[in-house]
Design a protein around this ligand. Sequence first.
Ligand code: GLY
Length: 348
Amino acid sequence: MKKFTVSTDRPYDILIGSNILEKAGTYLNTCLPPCRLCVITDSTVNSLYAQVIMTSLMEHGYQTSKIVFPAGEHSKNLTTYSNILEALADEGLTRSDAIIALGGGVVGDLAGFTAATYMRGIAYVLIPTTFMAAVDASIGGKNSINLLCGKNLAGVFWQPSMVFCDCHTFESLPQTKLLDGAAEAVKYAVISEESLFPHILKRDFTYIIERCVSIKKSIVEADERETGVRQLLNFGHTVGHGIEKLSSYSVSHGQAVAKGMVTEARAAYRCGLSPVDVSIPLEEILQQLGFDLSADYSADEIYHYALMDEKISGGQITLIVPESLGKCRLHKISLSELKTFIRLGLAK
Ligand code: GLY
């Protein structure tokens, strides 16, 4: 078992192991006293892992209940959020109780956003069961839901009490879900650690997760509320979120981020912001991993949604500009320049 402690305002541990789900209760005892725990999960993960987790929690002195919602990005909305809040209130969950987020990025976002707002904030523990949630989404306390106008437009920073990650759960994931995680891992390689690439190609899950967690931990500790260096983690996401939204979420987060990273890297080079065109090696690696990098939408369409990006402030947006593979910097441009940037990134 590997342990990382994230030293945010409220510090917490990230535990990474394999075949550890049935020990969940033992580890939760170290961060939560006996209380009521509501497991929030989706329809896919419920049938796979809810029982083993709830049994372990009950054996360790917790009273448990469960809320299940339909799996998929379409559930990450105000309706599901409000249904969960009402269900918690109906059960009489109090401030001394807690939420267990069992699942991938959508579950973590919905459960974390609920935990942050129910009774002005209660504790929650993340148990990520997808590669994507393990390498990125479950670290750093960013939780959000989608609005009709765009992705992640209502959100909070609310750190968990613990992240408990069992790498064995990835074995049940289909290829598309593995690619979602691979895209985020590639992001870490581009912004911070080129030597991650061969490990990503070999699908060396434990190594990749430990490195990504370690990189993200340092970034989040330096900038918990994303006013500076944490923005590097948005590489590929401005274009990527636009593609996800334009496809009505039929293009998965990882697929969209892969397209977004290539587009943004190419645009940065063509605008003279990057000294080298890292989109060329990046495209090769992503294709080797099995990503479809075709351009589905026009610059105008993507720009329309980029204007709703949560990262816009004061009429400007912060770009993540590669200096080389493994090193990026932040660069602000005006919204009028953003359209040209996206157009140059998409042009062949
Ligand atoms: N997923 C990017 C971040 O947590 O900052």
